[in-house]
Design a protein. Structure first.
Length: 206
């Protein structure tokens, strides 16, 4: 099973935009849904790119299942994100003008891709997500974020993403020199709140 490169676009064209935002939907969601979130973000002059997962899921099992149980879907999903980034690079955008927004399974995929390919990006927002694997393997994560702003928002508890894994992920990202801001909301539930939108706009999309 591998994902097709089905990328929905909105906002400005890559040819005319100075910045691009890559939006990664969650399990059961779709590219159109996540693109609609852009209405709440300070990204009016960005090109918006949202890949669509085949069967509406990036990988079949929990992000904390043994990694092999999520293959070959996980590797294919990471490749889709890489191809989406490459699309922006090919149009002349620099990595420091490429941004990311991921929710839930999409937040996990976003963080995993970024940690494996750390460099100076524009910034990233991951709502309810953490690095992928039964155990975190720091050996997988390469590169230097050079103080890329990275905002992670989560609920405690969250049914899918334990706070312990979020905190462990933050430590890895900080070790790669990401400028991480973490916000934890007691018993908020598996969704996005207004304060997270505000922080995303002030910390990342300013």
């Amino acid at each position: 099973m591998s994902h097709s490169n089905n990328i929905k676009t909105a906002g400005h064209s890559l040819e005319n935009a100075k910045k691009a935002l890559i939006m990664i939907h969650g399990r059961g969601g779709n590219a159109t849904d996540i693109l609609s979130m852009s209405a709440y973000l300070n990204v009016g002059d960005y090109a918006l790119l949202a890949p669509q997962a085949d069967n509406y899921t990036w990988y079949p099992n929990s992000f904390m299942a043994p990694e092999q149980s999520n293959e070959p879907w996980l590797s294919s999903a990471l490749e889709v994100v890489e191809n989406t980034v490459q699309l922006a690079l090919d149009k002349g955008l620099q990595a420091e003008n490429i941004y990311f927004f991921g929710f839930s399974q999409g937040a996990c995929l976003t963080l995993e891709f970024l940690a494996r390919n750390a460099k100076r990006y524009g910034g990233a927002v991951a709502i309810i997500g953490g690095l992928i694997g039964e155990q975190i393997d720091p050996g997988k994560y390469m590169g230097d974020f050079e103080q890329t702003p990275l905002f992670i928002g989560t609920s405690d508890p969250d049914f899918h993403v334990p706070l312990e894994r979020v905190n462990a992920s933050v430590n890895i990202l900080k070790a790669q020199h990401a400028k991480v801001k973490l916000a934890v909301y007691p018993n908020f539930g598996h969704s996005i709140n207004q304060e997270e939108i505000t922080i995303a706009n002030e910390f990342v999309f300013h």
